[in-house]
Design a protein around this ligand. Sequence first.
Ligand SMILES: [Zn+2]
Ligand SMILES: [Zn+2]
Length: 274
Amino acid sequence: MQKFTLHSHTHALNCFDGHNSADEMISQAEKLGFEAIGISNHFCYHPNVQLCSPMFYNDENKALDAHLRIIDEVRSAAEGHKIKVYVGAEVDFFPSASWRNAFERMLKKLSFDYLIGSNHFIRTADESQIYNIYHLEIMPANLTADDFKELVQQHWNNVVYTVESGYFDFLAHPDYCVIKIPDVPEFEENRWKIIEALDKTKMPFEVNTSGYNRINMQHPCDWMLQELCEREVPTLLSDDAHSTAMLGQHFERAENLLQKFGCKKRLGLDFLQK
Ligand SMILES: [Zn+2]
Ligand SMILES: [Zn+2]
């Protein structure tokens, strides 16, 4: 059984979406006998993002300042503990040159140990309109069904671009959007494109067990996971813990699934010892 998580969230700066402090998350990981915990709060920056959460930033300096403070907060909390603590970020990637330039400027000043490539938004191709999937109920009322379909298509494309970008140590919840957007047969083609991109790059992906709580499935879905295992794309388990109670949650169920699919390639902690 995997005894670590690299995907967890805290109530950083009193405005991020975890329910516990870094100290509480680290203490619980110790209690569970974990070898390590990685705290990976959301890194959501885009000049055009709809600011429906205080942890989303449309101002580069404010985003940078927040993440500098979060890194400090986690490193300070780690000092009182024996367990190995890493600081990562779950980054919402965007392919435009302007986003990449801003991201690279910020990264130079941020001492993250690792980066998770993630996608929580649907968007227009030109990134002028960006909406959070979790907050879909506050979409503009004038969007047509075709507009919405296009936004969702760009979301799926974005997952492929995230893999191809080369910025990230592993990919978060590849088919996350189905937590809120009904899964339809047309999505299958997009899932295949993600499989192809992961296979080509051999970029690791997570099996995200928080989906069991939301829609009774892990991300990625069964057949996608099986295909990725057969292609020997490296994987790791992520609880995506937003509270101490979620640490290590459903790992046994996911381990059994990986065993059933003959998974041979696991991402261990060694990539962090750089
Ligand atoms: Zn996520
Ligand atoms: Zn997460």
